[in-house]
Design a protein around this ligand. Structure first.
Ligand code: PEP
Length: 281
């Protein structure tokens, strides 16, 4: 996936009718974790009503505490895929942490006969889970979003992405999601979106930003604009090609990361913000 001098290999790929490239921009707004069928439907309907064809939605949630909600797993896949098809969503970004998750997703896509597709997501905690990377690298029917490891060098994370390609899967998007520091940052992670152009220069991968997991709160500037939207605009102006962002119909009822979820009524403002930032790029 690395760039060489005079490299004319493609910097894009197509999946389920959607192009992902270093010159395109795809928005993946959605639930951090699937909770109720009703919330999934409200989310997907809002996306369809605003012309969106991609979403993010976790069924398998790696959590810091073993006592926290771990995701509904395969039980929710049939209704998520059915509803995604109903609302004409073409790609769902969904984290996997084990080979069995890939099989469950493939089986549920087949069983539901949905028109939707899945982008497998490798979370920051698994960036260097080399065996998982090799397994996902062999699934050439799915594109992959690999998140940067929050406590390793950029080079180490780029090498992790290379594990996917070395097994044959070159439909890879690289995700920036903020870095952990011990400096008492006001946000959950230190935003690293200045690295968007660096990754695009070094590799042929489209670059995704995740302002929600970077910022981690719904706090706003006095004009009422959430820090998450400011960070999104910064990332897009830096050239980001994909945005993963958490929304929830009722954040207080979200089972994972409610405090960072934007409200559905903020979706039009968010999309307008994205449009303006993209024009400025
Ligand atoms: C997520 O996107 O749901 C997630 C857990 O992200 P990260 O791996 O970046 O923490």
């Amino acid at each position: 996936l690395g760039r060489h001098e005079n490299d004319d290999r493609p910097t894009y790929f197509d999946y389920n009718g959607v192009r992902f490239g270093q010159d395109t921009l795809n928005i993946f707004a959605g639930l951090c974790a699937v909770d109720t069928l009703e919330h999934v439907e409200l989310m997907l309907k809002a996306l369809r009503d605003h012309g969106q064809v991609c979403t993010r939605m976790g069924a398998y949630k790696p959590r810091t505490s073993p006592y926290s909600f771990q995701g509904h797993g395969k039980a929710c896949l049939p209704y998520v895929f059915d509803l995604a098809g109903k609302y004409e969503i073409k790609v769902i970004a969904m984290e996997v942490t084990h080979e069995s998750h890939v099989e469950e997703i493939r089986e549920a896509l087949y069983q539901t006969g949905t028109s939707t597709g899945v982008m497998l997501q490798i979370g920051t905690r698994n960036t260097q889970n080399f065996e998982l990377l090799k397994i996902v690298g062999r699934q050439q029917d799915f594109p992959v979003l690999i998140k940067r490891g929050f406590g390793i060098t950029l080079d180490e994370s780029l090498n992790a992405a290379e594990y996917l390609a070395s097994e044959g899967n070159r439909k890879v998007v690289f995700g920036l999601r903020g870095m952990k520091t011990n400096m008492g940052d006001p946000h959950r992670n230190f935003v690293d979106f200045a690295h968007v152009p660096v990754v695009k220069r070094m590799t042929r991968m489209p670059v995704c930003i995740d302002p929600s997991h970077s910022i981690g709160t719904r706090s706003s500037t006095p004009d009422g604009i959430p820090d998450i939207m400011h960070a999104t605009a910064q990332g897009i102006i830096a050239g980001a090609n994909m945005v993963l962002v958490d929304f929830h119909p009722v954040p207080s009822k979200a089972l994972v990361d409610g405090p960072q979820a934007l409200l559905l009524k903020e979706l039009p403002l968010f999309l307008e913000d994205v449009r303006i930032a993209r024009e400025a790029y």
